[in-house]
Design a binder for this molecule. Structure first.
Ligand code: PMV
Length: 352
């Protein structure tokens, strides 16, 4: 996609600015794992946006200074993050031709603990992309608010693929699939609310912090290892096929089938890591203990507690926000918290 057909006229008038925006995190149900050049996903993915876990970003722009970026996380300077953002801004100059014509001070805060290992790249790049679109709307005449969010999603994708899904509430799709009208590899789109059964709109997501701190393998490296993974093509096809399955489930609200699909997707993501060369494992002992406990609990009680996983050891505990949720919450507090590193749990829910 070129400037003209997506970002419009490229004339701009710069001025000193301070903008602030925030963006939530998201968790995928059908996972994106493996990509092509320019952050094009190997298969479509669908996530729901979280309500509490978000990043708030303040961006100051000083025009006509030499291009440089300073970044602060909760008041502390983060030089490595600044280098990452400088590189990112250079890659998106073709879309925002003013972007390198000044210096930046970027301050971010996360509403979730920094050491939690919760993916901050989705909410972080989402918030940065929103700030950039605020600046673009101030500097150019392209104020078409209807497309601003789509452009922010496009820009966020180039920072971190999964970030493009954080620009919308509810269920969000990224990656072209015949199953979802208007879906694209270049930006995310909202999955139509009218096609979602009420039961699939109201899940709690409690994130058990099994392991806090840096992951041993970054997602960039993980995506790259799909290139030589002998199971990659089968997985990509499965991801595409699972869209047909999830569409039906979302429509009819079949919770048992939903649980099977979501847990299968999470385990497949981690199976792909184990099949990589070199192989790696991001789950910890606590992750496996929790999964087994969930399965036993579900069998014994018939209550709908299930899980999904990110590219890390933490477990997203999903359950409907209904009359039974107090029983499930009691089980989590009394039986599952013991598997966390420091008793950490982030209590969140879907944002619709
Ligand atoms: O957006 P990235 O490059 O950090 O990749 C994240 C991929 C997963 O979180 C594991 C899956 C997904 O679809 O969000």
């Amino acid at each position: 996609m070129t400037n003209e057909d997506f970002f419009g006229e490229q004339n701009f008038q710069l001025s000193p600015q301070k903008v602030e925006n925030s963006c939530p995190s998201n968790i995928a149900l059908i996972k994106y794992w493996g990509k092509f050049e320019n952050q094009i996903p190997a298969n479509p993915s669908i996530s729901f946006t979280l309500n509490e876990c978000r990043t708030v970003t303040q961006m100051q722009f000083f025009p006509n200074e030499e291009f440089s970026v300073e970044t602060f996380l909760s008041g502390n300077e983060e030089k490595n993050f600044a280098l990452k953002i400088e590189k990112y801004f250079k890659t998106i100059e073709i879309y925002l031709p003013w972007i390198l014509k000044g210096s930046y001070k970027i301050s971010t805060e996360n509403t979730f603990p920094h050491s939690s290992g919760i993916a901050s790249s989705a909410s972080g790049f989402g918030a940065i992309a929103k700030c950039l679109m605020d600046l673009d709307n101030l500097f150019t005449d392209n104020r078409q608010l209807t497309t601003t969010n789509q452009k922010a999603s496009f820009l966020a994708r180039l920072g971190s693929g999964s970030a493009c899904r954080s620009l919308y509430n509810g269920l969000v799709v990224w990656g072209e699939t015949p199953v979802v009208e208007g879906s694209s590899d270049l930006f995310a789109v909202k999955y139509p609310d009218t096609e979602i059964h009420q039961i699939c709109k109201n899940f709690k997501d409690w994130v058990l912090l099994i392991h806090e701190g840096e992951k041993s393998v970054s997602s960039t490296v993980g995506h790259g290892l799909m290139k030589n993974n002998p199971y990659a093509e089968t997985r990509f096809q499965e991801g595409r096929d699972n869209f047909v399955v999830i569409k039906e489930i979302l429509k009819n609200g079949n919770l048992a089938e939903f649980i099977t699909l979501v847990e299968h997707e999470a385990l497949t993501l981690h199976a792909m890591m184990m099949m990589s060369d070199p192989a790696f494992i991001l789950m910890k002992t606590g992750t496996l203990e929790v999964i087994n406990k969930i399965w036993v609990f579900r069998k014994e009680t018939n209550l709908s507690l299930f899980f999904t996983l990110d590219a890390g050891a933490n477990v997203h505990l999903l359950f409907p926000n209904d009359n039974d949720c107090a029983k499930i919450e009691h089980f989590i507090e009394s039986e599952l918290l013991q598997f966390t590193q420091k008793g950490g749990v982030v209590k969140d829910e879907m944002r619709f």
